[in-house]
Design a protein around this ligand. Sequence first.
Ligand SMILES: *Cc1c(COP(=O)(O)O)cnc(C)c1O
Length: 641
Amino acid sequence: MSEQGTPDVNEAWSSARSAALYQIDGWGEPYFSVNAQGHVEVRPDPRLDRRIDLYELVHDLKERGLAMPLLIRFSDILADRIRRLNEAFAKAIVEYDYAGTYQGVYPVKVNQQRHVVEEIVEYGRPWNFGLEAGSKPELLIALAASQDPGGLIICNGYKDDQYIETAILAKGFDKKVVIVLERLEELDIAFKAAEKLGIRPLLGVRGKLTAKGVGRWADSAGDRAKFGLTATEIVEVVDRLQERGMLDCLQLLHFHIGSQISSIRPIKTAMREATHIFVELARMGAPMTYLDVGGGLAVDYDGSKTDFHASRNYDIQEYAYDVVHAIGEACKDANLPVPTIVSESGRAVVAHQSVLVFEVVGVSEFPIRAAVPPPPGSNKVLRDLYDACMGATAANMQETWHDASQAKEEAFTLFKLGYLTLRERAEVERLFWACCGRLLELVRGMKTVPEELQDLERVVAAIYYCNFSVFQSAPDSWAIDQLFPVMPIHRLNETPTKRATLADLTCDSDGCIDKFIDVQDVKHVLELHKWDPAQPYYLGIFLNGAYQEILGDLHNLFGDTNAVHVQLGREGYHVAHVVKGDSISEVLHYVQYNPEAMVESVRRQAERALRSGHITLPQVRMLIRHYEDSLSSYTYLTDDE
Ligand SMILES: *Cc1c(COP(=O)(O)O)cnc(C)c1O
């Protein structure tokens, strides 16, 4: 029989077949593709025919001493995302003859890294793109980062006196800082602060819509939502503002029905409800100038263009059309001037720009070889397994699977009872794998696979051990089963003969990736190339610029990875920023260790061992050197060079 999982060796493999296999056209367009060399290619600015070979880039970065895992951010992709979003709204505004403008804000929580936020501010300047803060620390970022009075700063989240006073004061230096009331209590704080400071605040209300999103974040709206004011509360806000002669401060309505809204339906429904509230607020006398439609604009992680949770059944342009149209119509019907449209799209802005690249450091495979007849006199169970394996055909696959599984169970029981030697048990394992291999060959040739056998690929899949931590670099893959496109970044003109799941460096069994994008639903194994320990083999996790970095944690003390910003230059590219990942001593500080004291402690113990003759002086020296060098090194595996 052939080597495990060798699909149609007769047919030549090609970059195009890899592109189809990993669906890169679906999720990668227009930024990522496969080139003729079989490498992933990046086109950071799709308006230009300028391409960066990702494999060569990685090689280049390694030459500069940047160790894997490496997070590569393409600044031009970020610029393009911002441009796309703004141009989509501009186009919708022209087409629907909308008399107002669009002024988006970037929700800082989605990726707070300084260089990312600074680039967003810079690239967003032509459109007065602003920032949204969901907490006091994020407000501080927003105030420092937005040098431009043109953009809005929207303040969401729980707020205390200091948060609100800071926001009101910042309005004083010419910024449009809007305080969005999420809870009724915040109105009292705002009153108190406005009085104390003698500055009139710019206020908004967050409506608690009954319209819900879909999927994981559906509960961001609805009666039980954590944030937002009910109709009763909104009316109370209006009345109390009116009493104080401050109704002119209320200028914005905000809502947010969740993230990654994969279907356009709930967006349209929410728009209808929100525009209605907006119109009512205006009718009650508030000078409503902004309608903020929140986040939720989804990313097509699997490239299927469906309403599956990893995808979306609409695009940015359709989203912009629907938002602009809904607001325009509602205002026309109510005979009201149209507001400035604000959206807080985070994921759709930052997801595409970063790619995490890491290398495979080891592979474990079940040894699938052709079945060898058991020697005469072996236990009957071995014979049964062998016969099942040899007799497998497309017609009796299910029966073969049952027989083989049963024989294996039986053999393990016999072993426990002492009727089978360890060698015989090993032989049972080998026969069972041979049987799986035989069945797999049959299964792969079929269009529809019997349900019980669908799991076979996963049962026999290889495990590729990779130099990264899921918990640090793709936490949503672990926490909420989010799918990210994962694929090799080179060798794409070679047949991927293996099927595997990925395991990370942590010693946690959850530290693995075993769900991958598929045209249909999800697949449990990823097609990969045969690993050669002498050659680096690089994989990339794509579209992971949103949420992953900040949600990443220090499980097993694997820290932040190295990160670089790559920008297109006049010719080729240049590395604009290098953000060094955590060293071991930095992560130790997070958990309150003092690395110097640790060295001292080890040195004292070594001295003691030296005195009692358990260790030699050169050994002491070597131990201390390793200990000290490790403290200043990267937390991931590094090859000594
Ligand atoms: C998280 C959040 C966003 C960003 O949502 P995306 O789906 O990433 O665009 C926007 N607004 C608010 C209030 C949020 O909480």
